[in-house]
Write a protein that binds this ligand. Structure first.
Ligand code: BGC
Length: 246
């Protein structure tokens, strides 16, 4: 099927029509900068602009940077607090006039990697981490996604939350070199390794393209790989998850 997948982020809202059998983009990706304050109405209207851009009719899947449980937004670490408690499926469905399903952004990207990327056919415990404004996670055990894990919010031994210590936003705001940042991120990986003993860790988000620049700072035993679909995984996975809901 051809389904519209959208990735909602703090700086941009990106989407395109995805062929869910091959994982390929059917059209060129369209990106609209996220307006601030990013309230429900503002984001719903931007999602609708993407729908109109493709003149699309059909189910829509969106990745969203928060815990989304059965369509309800439960957390708001890097988004406007007014989102908490909102039924985002209903809000977007109303604005777009199309059945719209919203998932945690890291889960959507993890679902993309599971179907078409480096978790495809993987047996064992794979942990997918997206590194951006926050740190998102998707836990995939023997091909089964456990939705809404929040590993970016684990507290490290230094008393800080993982995403407040080693997100890409922290790297930029504290002007850390890739090596300095990589050493911090390695602390997060060590913590995750000691907690879950996963068989594979996959890194997604924009940082996945820069993997070669910090690969040497990673010292854990668990194999760590950059995502195969790079930062397209979120759009592809959102389309796949929507197809399964529809
Ligand atoms: C949010 C997660 C999200 C991640 C990446 C975190 O701050 O709590 O739900 O997946 O950022 O966007």
């Amino acid at each position: 099927m051809e389904i519209l997948g959208i990735d909602i982020g703090g700086s941009g809202i990106k989407g395109t029509i995805v062929n869910t059998e091959t994982g390929e983009f059917v059209e060129e990706r369209h990106r609209i900068p996220t307006a601030h304050p990013a309230t429900v109405e503002v984001i719903a209207n931007t999602v609708n602009e993407i729908v109109k851009h493709f003149n699309y009719k059909g189910p829509i899947g969106c990745g969203f940077p928060a815990v989304v449980q059965n369509g309800i937004v439960k957390t708001a670490s890097n988004i406007d607090k007014s989102w908490i408690g909102v039924n985002v499926d209903d809000a977007f469905t109303q604005t777009t006039g199309m059945p719209t399903y919203v998932f945690n952004d890291a889960d959507a990207a993890g679902a993309g990697e599971l179907e078409f990327g480096c978790v495809k056919g993987f047996r064992g415990l794979a942990i997918f981490l997206t590194i951006g404004t926050g740190i998102g996670s998707a836990i995939i055990n023997n091909g089964q996604l456990l939705a809404n894990s929040e590993l970016g919010h684990i507290y490290l031994e230094n008393g800080l939350k993982a995403e407040h210590y080693a997100s890409d936003a922290v790297r930029k705001s504290q002007d850390l070199s890739r090596k300095e940042w990589g050493e911090r991120f390695n602390v997060v990986l060590q913590h995750i390794e000691k907690t879950f003993y996963p068989d594979l860790i996959v890194l997604g988000g924009g940082t996945s393209k820069k993997f070669h620049k910090f690969e040497d700072t990673i010292t854990i035993d668990t194999p760590v790989k950059p995502a195969e679909l790079l930062n397209q995984a979120g759009i592809i996975g959102a389309a796949l998850l929507a197809e399964r809901k529809g």
